[in-house]
Design a protein around this ligand. Structure first.
Ligand SMILES: Nc1nc2c(ncn2[C@@H]2O[C@H](COP(=O)(O)OP(=O)(O)OP(=O)(O)O)[C@@H](O)[C@H]2O)c(=O)[nH]1
Ligand SMILES: [Mg+2]
Length: 335
């Protein structure tokens, strides 16, 4: 059965309850993909911190919800067992702590809450839900946890992350077919596709952005997802840019990748927003908003020059993450 990938806004976008978020009103966004497509990196880029562990191997093992709290000074972490018992509470959760929790077989769910470093205001109670990639042959519970998330998280938006460097694997196809069946029973749930890792495309080898989006669109249409919104992104680059803008230390590899992305910005022929698959009217609104909100703000430290910030701002727009932010802002603040 064919599915319109994104539908008109529905009437009651907020949930009263979200896993670990108590009885506050929440706007839940579920993030799904096969292993290593970049789910956790995508969430980190939106949060603006290396909060969730990300690596080129099965990394996320727990269902992890991250709630935006505008006034929080740090990220508070709470861990739950399979039975839902609270096991750990940590007022200032570090990436190392989150990594250790993911490795602890007693922990099934993690709830984190803190302030996201976004450009646009996000509605209070925005909760992003990270899930394990279900195609981990070493641990079949990852698949079960992901299915559990689809059934239990009262999500109002689903972000499905496609890996631009590995489009159309059998695992991805199977997951999308499964999702199509599940969503056919819940037609009110909008879906946005994130075409991640577009920085790995090599235009000189004919791998251009527009072609990659067209390929993704055809692939999705073949699976019954019609009129899909597809936003090309470079999640890891967006995260490094956000960290640099907040004068946060980067690792040597992160610095090199950020420098390379900034250098390539000058040569970039293709605009990620132009390449995105979405209605032209929506694109025009995103463009207006990006122009309005991409203004140099206060410098984070004496080490960061105004010119650097302007360049980083431009890179963030180019990374596609600000377009996603616009979509989240539009939906979560309208709630
Ligand atoms: N080149 C490139 N690499 C990326 C991008 N986003 C993520 N990565 C890398 O891809 C690898 C996997 O990223 P994760 O965020 O851990 O992927 P995941 O989907 O959360 O993986 P699991 O939790 O294991 O299912 C990491 O090495 C990331 O640094 C991107 O936009 N470009
Ligand atoms: Mg992950």
């Amino acid at each position: 059965m064919a599915i319109r990938a994104i539908r008109k806004k529905h009437n009651s976008p907020r949930s009263k309850k979200s896993s670990g978020a108590g009885a506050r009103q929440t706007f839940d966004v579920l993030v799904l993909a096969t292993m290593s497509a970049g789910k956790s990196s995508f969430i980190n880029a939106l949060v603006g911190r290396s909060l969730l562990p990300a690596a080129n191997e099965a990394t996320t093992a727990c269902l992890t919800s991250i709630e935006h709290r505008r006034t929080a000074k740090s990220f508070r972490g709470t861990c739950y067992s399979d039975a839902g018992d609270k096991i750990i509470t940590e007022p200032d959760a570090s990436t190392e702590a989150v990594r250790a929790w993911n490795a602890d077989t007693q922990i099934r769910r993690i709830h984190l809450s803190g302030k996201f470093r976004t450009h646009l205001p996000l509605g209070p109670g925005l909760v992003l839900h990270d899930t394990p990639g279900p195609n981990n042959s070493q641990d079949e519970r990852h698949g079960e946890l992901m299915l559990d998330a689809i059934h239990r998280v009262p999500f109002k938006l689903l972000c499905y992350v496609l890996n631009a460097a590995q489009l159309g694997t059998w695992d991805d196809r199977r997951l999308l077919e499964q999702l199509r069946e599940l969503l056919a029973q819940q037609p009110q749930r909008p879906l946005v596709f994130i075409l991640n890792k577009v920085d790995l495309l090599d235009p000189e080898r004919g791998e251009d952005l527009a072609g990659s989006v067209s390929k993704a669109r055809r692939y999705l249409e073949g699976l019954g997802f019609l009129d899909a919104i597809i936003v090309p992104t470079m999640a890891n680059i967006a995260l490094y840019a956000r960290k640099a803008m907040h004068a946060e230390p980067l690792t040597r590899v992160e610095r090199i990748k950020l420098r390379q992305a900034l250098d390539e910005l000058g040569f970039e022929q293709e605009n990620t927003l132009q390449a995105a698959a979405m209605p032209e009217a929506l694109k025009a609104r995103v463009l207006r908003e990006l122009k309005k909100s991409t203004r140099p703000g206060p410098l984070p430290s004496d080490d960061v020059q105004a010119g650097d910030v302007a360049e980083l701002e431009q890179l963030l727009v180019h990374s596609g993450i600000r377009t996603v932010e616009f979509l989240l802002n539009q939906r979560s603040t309208a709630a």
